[in-house]
Design a protein around this ligand. Structure first.
Ligand code: EZ4
Ligand code: CO
Length: 412
């Protein structure tokens, strides 16, 4: 059979998503996630204008061949736009292959290596008290692991920190949005690393005091520290037994993680902005990290992320796939099928999509007792309602940006 059409659906049910819809000559439809937060239309154009025309008429069962063709042939390799576009096609082809076989996708990836995927939720609070309330809420839902982010005295707005909305929901969306058809400039936040480093260990101490030693506690540094600052925080958090410290530095310079390792045994996770196995080469071969943070959506799909995890597995490094709301339900399903199948799964981030998002994407994955499972419908197990999708027009949306107190630009 052959690829008959490749459509690109841009929809905005609460936030923007880009989805590739691949249809075969015998009428099987596969879905792939191409959502790149804040740069959605660049990937949509890459797919529509440069990828789709090259795939029509090709054998959709040649998943590896098509991955290599899309990776090697355009001459320009890697980068988030390219790799998100490749990811969407790759996921859609795996979706089709599993639907044709009549099995959930994880069965084609080697079958289940476990009964479910340990997941962590995002708990945060502007104060230690509201953070504690959020953690209690997640424990009631069954979570056994939480990422904790907290307000810092003197700073107004910080990545990942918010109190529960009236009614007690903890949903939040980091990207701000413009009205349909209007332009926008990202909001600006003020950052002070010294204040953060002084405060965060006391938050961990308070949470351990309240919740004891068993609950897994994670933290995201969101690329804001210098190498020596990261080494200090990793060392200062050690007494509180963190599950991991994420993105302690921007990851482009892989060698800086050597310095952090010299000073601390706090497990390290990095890679949500990486897009290829080569971004991990030094980190994996020198065992400078413990967890791979990529998602299938931004790292070349199931084929790209599986390459990374096979390489990582040789060095005993585990997965901690990125699962924010800007990875669509289709991308999330891809993460879950791969996570269930690989031996070196570690933990899965779980930031549930809004009820509005789920009117457009109908998901089959389920959560119980702290574990996620991709479900047993054939393929990825996600359906796209194109009529509902058409009701939600694209709106420009951007993550905030960060400035230091003197106005200079800092990593957000
Ligand atoms: O800020 O996904 O660990 N999760 C994160 C995310 C990222 C967004 C960026 O698009 O750091 O919330
Ligand atoms: Co992160």
């Amino acid at each position: 059979m052959a690829i008959e059409s490749v459509d690109v659906v841009v929809t905005s049910p609460g936030r923007n998503f880009v989805t590739a819809v691949v249809t075969t000559s015998d009428g099987v439809v596969g879905l792939g996630d191409a959502t790149l937060n804040g740069r959605e239309l660049a990937v949509a154009s890459y797919l529509r204008d440069h990828v789709a025309p090259t795939l029509l008429g090709r054998d959709e069962s040649q998943i590896e061949w098509i991955w290599q063709y899309l990776y090697r042939s355009p001459y320009w390799r890697r980068g988030p736009v390219t790799m998100s576009a490749i990811a969407a096609i790759d996921m859609a082809l795996w979706d089709i292959a599993a639907k044709k076989a009549g099995v959930p996708l994880y069965q084609l990836l080697g079958g289940a290596s476990r009964s479910g995927l340990l997941s962590y939720a995002h708990a945060s609070g502007t104060t230690v008290e509201t953070l504690h309330e959020a953690i209690h809420g997640y424990l009631e839902q069954g979570f056994r692991a939480v990422r904790i982010q907290a307000g810092v005295p003197g700073l107004d707005q910080i990545y990942g920190v918010h109190d529960a909305a009236p009614g007690g929901t903890y949903e939040y969306e980091p990207a701000g949005r413009a009205a349909v058809g209007e332009a926008m400039r990202p909001t600006e936040e003020t950052w002070d690393t010294a204040a953060y480093l002084r405060h965060l260990p006391s938050v961990f101490a308070a949470v351990r005091e309240e919740f004891g030693g068993v609950l897994r506690l994670l933290h995201d540094g969101h690329h804001r520290m210098s190498p020596i600052e990261a080494a200090r925080l990793a060392r200062d958090l050690e007494p509180y037994d963190p599950f991991w410290l994420e993105d302690c530095t921007p990851g482009e310079d892989q060698s800086v993680l050597r310095l952090v390792r010299q000073h601390s045994t706090t497990p390290l996770a990095i890679g949500e902005v990486f897009n290829s196995v080569y971004d991990y080469q030094t980190l994996i071969t020198e065992r400078l990290i413990d967890y791979v943070r990529s998602s299938a959506t931004h790292a070349g799909g199931i084929t790209g992320l599986r390459q990374i995890m096979t390489f990582a597995g040789i060095y005993g490094i585990r997965s901690g796939f990125h699962g924010p709301t800007d990875v669509s339900p289709v991308g999330m399903a891809a993460n879950l099928h791969l996570g269930l199948a690989i031996h070196n799964f570690g933990i899965q981030e779980y930031m549930p999509h809004s009820a509005l998002t789920k009117t457009v994407f109908r998901t089959g994955y389920r959560f119980a007792d702290g574990l996620l499972h991709p479900g047993d419908a054939p393929g990825l197990g996600v359906e796209l309602d194109r009529e509902e999708a058409a009701k939600h027009e694209y709106r420009p949306a951007y993550l905030p940006v960060n400035r230091l107190r003197d106005g200079s630009v800092h990593d957000w």
